[in-house]
Design a protein around this ligand. Structure first.
Ligand code: GLC
Ligand code: CA
Length: 550
């Protein structure tokens, strides 16, 4: 089927269902709540939704531990509510993509229950290994969430591999029966009308034969043997050839530790097996590899990550653009400034919305939600956070450890969306499943709607502009003044038009600088973050977009 690549003209909104909007008053977000908000999402200029997992799940990793791939959890409204949302989206000309989590399942999935009892054909659906002498672990690989990557199962009398939580056993993708299951899942949702998939840690699905001991790295032990593993392209090609190619859909692959060069092996438009990648470099301007190893924010690191992906993919592949998702703390609290919440939120928005690629917005990002900072570690829910809190830095003071959680936990960005300043921030009429950030009285959708200069309205204007200008879709990207530690300046150029984005990341006035060939005197200022007219210097976190037509 000829690929239409309609995703290139889209802007996506990511919904993390538990915290988006509760429609039935039980305190948990659900699809009835989503139905109420479809027009809101559309009003942002978004034309697609990525849903984090909606499937039945025990919730050990908030739905990323799936117990049944072919159903929608009853607490989210079941299949009936899902169909209503899908129809509602399609009726508005919008698309829906599902989260496909097939590196692992829940240990409560029927496959695992049968596999641990060696009931065929499920016996080899997972990665089982006998204990070594004295009960020794099969190798020294580490999981991302809970210590060793191996857990002993008493029922089967063997270890199983889990690269994430103990309740998330890894599937054995080398087993052709497992790959057939994946294809069944893909077909099931595509036949129902969904428009594509975000593929969870898909680069992990092929593990190196023999599962060798890792003697090299102190962190992420084993990762070099399972990230971009030996059969990864073969398996992705098989999914594409047997299923995806037969539908008008697209795929977005999550890829921890991927360079732009390596990404082309997956997403090169002529030879790739998938359409876009979620890379992590853009998340590392204030940390070393992971949010749990914080560094001071460096604008130059951020610019370098953005530009490197823009340059390397230009003309060959398509970028997925994002600042936030459910796996990282809020971006204003990290790369911006809570003291200049609206201003820095706008600078961040302008920093990525005019790049080449398909932008994603994570729920609450558009109203400038900031990190949640509870007064006790006991309030955290996330499995990774709970493990970090009990196993790392345990000799540090309680206050320091709590700060580390505020700074690094995924829960910092998982509190319910703040819709208004009423009870429970308008998220639910019941008791919310999770804490609500107490700043909801100042930060909420209603308030942002009422103020024409709010961040929310800035997002709307920026998205509308993006969609009306061909140069944002197709223009050549170039970064200017790349050594400047306080300004991010980039241009997009086509023969007949060009665009220049200038963002300050400073709390102090900055001298405005225009690159050669971009004379403001004959250009138009088409978007600005301050309502007062522009001066010849930049105000704190000011963002401007200029446009020239030949
Ligand atoms: C991905 C998801 C994350 C999840 C993990 C394991 O990184 O985005 O939320 O915990 O995979 O499925
Ligand atoms: Ca509910």
């Amino acid at each position: 089927m000829e690929r239409k690549r309609w995703y290139k003209d889209m802007v996506f909104y990511q919904i993390w269902p538990r915290s988006f909007k509760d429609g039935n008053g039980d305190g948990m977000g659900d699809l009835w709540g989503v139905l109420e908000k479809l027009d809101y999402i559309r009003s942002l200029g978004c034309d697609g939704i990525w849903f984090s997992p909606l499937y039945p799940s025990p919730g050990a990793d908030c739905g990323y531990d799936i117990a049944d791939y072919m159903d929608i959890a009853p607490e989210f409204g079941g299949m009936e509510a899902f169909r209503a949302v899908l129809e509602g989206l399609h009726a508005r000309g919008m698309k829906l993509i599902m989260d496909l989590v097939v590196n692992h399942t829940s240990d409560e999935h029927e496959w695992f229950q049968k596999s641990r009892q060696r009931i065929d054909p499920y016996t080899d659906y997972y990665i089982w290994r006998p204990a070594g002498p004295g009960g020794a672990l099969p190798n020294n690989w580490q999981s991302h969430f809970e210590g060793s990557a191996w857990e002993f199962d008493d029922v089967r009398g063997e270890y199983y591999m889990h690269l994430f939580a103990i309740k998330q056993p890894d599937l054995n993708m080398d087993n052709p029966l497992v790959r057939e299951e994946v294809k069944k899942i893909l077909r099931f949702w595509l036949d129902l009308g969904v428009d594509g998939f975000r593929e969870d840690v898909i680069t992990f699905i092929s593990k190196k034969e023999g599962l060798p001991q890792d003697h090299l790295f102190p962190i992420y032990k084993g990762m070099r043997f399972y990230n971009h593993g030996p059969h990864i392209h073969e398996y992705l090609t098989e999914f594409k050839r047997d299923v995806l190619d037969h539908y008008d859909c697209f795929t977005l692959a999550e890829a921890p530790l991927v360079s732009p060069k390596r990404s082309l092996e997956y997403i090169d438009e002529r030879t790739g097996q998938i359409d876009m990648m979620i890379q992590f470099q853009c998340q590392c301007a204030d940390c070393f590899f992971t949010d749990w190893m914080p560094l001071k924010f460096s604008l130059r690191r951020m610019k370098h990550a953005f530009s490197m992906w823009q340059y390397k993919l230009q003309g060959r592949a398509w970028n997925m653009l994002y600042l936030e998702n459910h796996d990282h703390p809020r971006i204003i609290s990290r790369y911006g400034s809570e003291d200049y919440r609206t201003e820095s939120g706008k600078a961040l928005a302008a920093s990525y919305l005019f790049q080449q690629g398909t932008p994603f917005i994570y729920q609450g990002q558009e109203i400038g939600m900031t990190n949640w900072r509870p007064d006790s570690p006991a309030l955290y829910e996330d499995v990774q956070t709970v493990y970090q809190n009990t196993h790392r830095g345990t000799r540090k003071s309680a206050a320091k450890r709590l700060h580390a959680l505020w700074r690094s936990s995924r829960d910092s960005a998982r509190t319910p969306v703040q819709w208004d300043d009423g009870p429970q921030a308008g998220f639910t009429t019941g008791t919310p499943w999770f804490s609500i950030n107490p700043n909801y009285r100042e930060i909420n959708v209603n308030r942002e709607e009422a103020d024409p200069d709010s961040l929310l309205h800035f997002y709307r204007r920026a998205i509308q502009l993006r969609k009306s200008l061909r140069v944002v879709r197709d223009g050549r990207y170039k970064e200017h003044f790349h050594l400047n530690p306080r300004l991010y300046v980039y241009s997009r150029t086509l023969p007949a038009e060009k665009l220049l984005v200038i963002c300050s990341f400073s709390k102090h006035k900055q001298k405005i600088r225009f690159p050669k060939g971009f004379d403001p005197a004959n250009g138009k200022l088409i978007l600005q973050s301050y309502k007062e007219s522009a001066e010849d210097y930049l105000r704190p976190y000011e963002a401007r977009v200029y446009y020239w037509e030949k």
